[in-house]
Design a protein around this ligand. Structure first.
Ligand code: AFP
Length: 321
């Protein structure tokens, strides 16, 4: 099977970006090991601290963040990092050529139940003019991303990665420690009968979301004239992985619980990298009012509404607006 290096070279990725990705993935392999140790290594459960989003941090959130922060800071390739678990941008090498944004452990509440979790990341060029800890350099739309992906810590550890030449899936071969290409050029089926949304928020949704999901629930008795199935992993990495593998649509729409928040998910750490992966696999990714890839961030911890996945179903959802 083809190795990661070889696929990245075939896709025309520059050597420095390949080396940076290998460094980042070395950190993810360490996270994978810690996750697999679970209660044996005392890494499960919560800390007493909250992150900038006001969420109680799990021990594995803190451990994963530290692993990635250390390995990227010491690599020399990175000028600064921005993490869901850091209040501010962390300056690294003033001469580094890249910026890395990441959610070190997406879906961390799933650590309590030994279920799917993952690391989501994206990489952009570092502007020459920036100071190493200048947050404004991270305020670039996803169309500027040079590499994005996630590592899913599931029954096997898998990597979904794009450098803009298609989305490829790799599986970690723990016998020699490398990621091997297991599905090249993933193509999301254009049509789907599967959707993912946290239905417990229904009463807070806007009318357009109520109507769209209502019609899916009516199945063969409604205007869609076919039945739909629902899945919810509570970790975006798990839901997006399923969509890459067999299609579907994922929604975390705006809701009225906190009108000051445009959505729940983070633009830099979740929506942008997933939008790039989904679009490179032939799907669509939208906020409900425009393409996620074109959103100009205004702050590093910005939240956004998302609907992404199989092309026709995203279009169907948007037609209700
Ligand atoms: P964490 O990264 O804080 O664990 O949150 C996970 C997440 O942002 C995303 O991965 C899930 O799709 C979503 O939250 C789950 O939200 P609910 O709490 O509404 O199930």
């Amino acid at each position: 099977m083809k190795r990661l290096n070889s696929q990245l070279q075939d896709d025309g990725a520059p050597m420095e970006l390949i080396l940076l990705l290998r460094t980042l993935l070395a950190g993810c392999k360490e996270i994978s090991f810690r996750v697999s140790q679970g209660a044996l290594a005392g890494v499960l459960g919560s800390t007493l601290s909250e992150n900038i989003q006001g969420e109680t941090q799990k021990k594995l959130d803190v451990i994963s963040n530290q692993i990635l922060k250390d390995i990227l800071s010491e690599s020399g390739y990175v000028k600064a990092i921005s993490s869901e678990e850091e209040d501010d941008v962390v300056g690294c090498n003033p001469n580094g050529n890249y910026l890395v944004s990441f959610d070190p452990l997406d879906g961390s509440s799933n650590t309590d139940i030994n279920s799917l979790i993952g690391t989501i990341f994206s990489i952009t060029h570092a502007p020459q003019w920036m100071e190493a800890d200048d947050p404004s350099a991270f305020l670039q739309p996803a169309s500027q991303i040079v590499a994005a992906g996630y590592v899913l810590y599931g029954p096997s550890t898998m990597l979904a990665l794009t450098t803009g030449k298609g989305t490829h899936l790799y599986t970690l071969d723990k016998t020699h420690g490398g990621f091997l290409l297991t599905t090249a050029n993933v193509k999301i089926p254009v049509q789907t009968s599967e959707y993912a949304i946290n239905g417990s928020n229904q009463r807070h949704w806007e009318t357009s979301t109520q109507q769209y999901i209502g019609d899916l629930l009516l199945g063969t008795n409604g205007p869609r004239e076919r039945d739909f199935n629902m899945r919810w992993v509570a970790a975006m990495v798990g839901d997006i992985h399923r969509i890459l593998c067999r299609g579907g649509v994922f929604l975390y729409p705006y809701d009225k619980r906190d009108p000051t928040k445009a959505g729940k998910l983070r633009l830099l750490y979740e929506a942008n990298p997933m939008a790039f992966l989904i679009e490179q696999a032939g799907g669509l990714a939208d906020t409900g009012t425009g393409r996620i890839m074109e959103v100009m961030p205004t702050e590093i911890h910005q939240r956004v509404a998302v609907v992404l996945g199989s092309k026709q179903e995203v279009e169907a959802c948007l037609s209700y607006r």
